[in-house]
Design a protein. Structure first.
Length: 181
């Protein structure tokens, strides 16, 4: 197991708490992810939780499905798989042979980035602790070229070098920390 599991639990808890506050009136709102409105973003979060659950367990790549509104339950199942040592060992054939530790970091990055996206879109509060922000910033800095090449990250947004780690992370993955709907 790795030191990021507690960070994953915290990020999942914060994102689930936020998701539970999203109402029907929010579903059509734009998000910092230009291709997603709030409903699409929630669907992406659901799919991500199911995908990371599957690949951490050694299973297949799971395609996205229709939005069901069950993100908190899915992310809990994902976390249950990450409680097992084998979720951190070896590689995932379903994800092109990526090390499972990298996939866990991707799951954490996804939770933080999309929790922030959802917060910005809805105006609901969402906080990221400094330790988590520093971890996703460091991971994303290593993965940025590949992330951009594969379409997971947008073009980098300029952020001052002395900005907080969360803002630097957001800029690195292509988000404008000052985004407003």
């Amino acid at each position: 197991m790795t030191d990021i599991l507690p960070l994953m639990r915290q990020a999942a808890g914060r994102t689930s708490a936020l998701v539970r506050k999203v109402g029907d009136e929010h579903l059509g709102l734009p998000t910092p992810c230009a291709e997603y409105d709030v409903k699409d973003l929630l669907n992406h979060l659901e799919w991500g939780a199911s995908l990371f659950e599957s690949v951490a367990a050694g299973g297949p790549f799971t395609p996205p499905k229709e939005y069901t509104g069950d993100f908190p339950e899915r992310v809990e199942r994902m976390l249950a798989v990450y409680e097992r040592p084998e979720a951190w060992e070896g590689t995932s054939e379903a994800m092109g042979g990526l090390p499972k530790v990298v996939l866990a970091n991707m799951a954490l990055t996804d939770l933080v980035a999309h929790g922030w996206d959802l917060s910005r879109a809805t105006g609901l509060p969402y906080a990221v602790d400094e330790e988590t922000a520093a971890v996703v910033l460091a991971f994303s800095a290593r993965m940025a070229p590949t992330g951009r090449e594969r379409g997971a990250f947008g073009a980098e947004v300029a952020v001052p070098d002395d900005a907080p780690p969360l803002d630097r992370f957001l800029g690195l993955i292509g988000r404008d920390p000052a985004w407003k709907p």
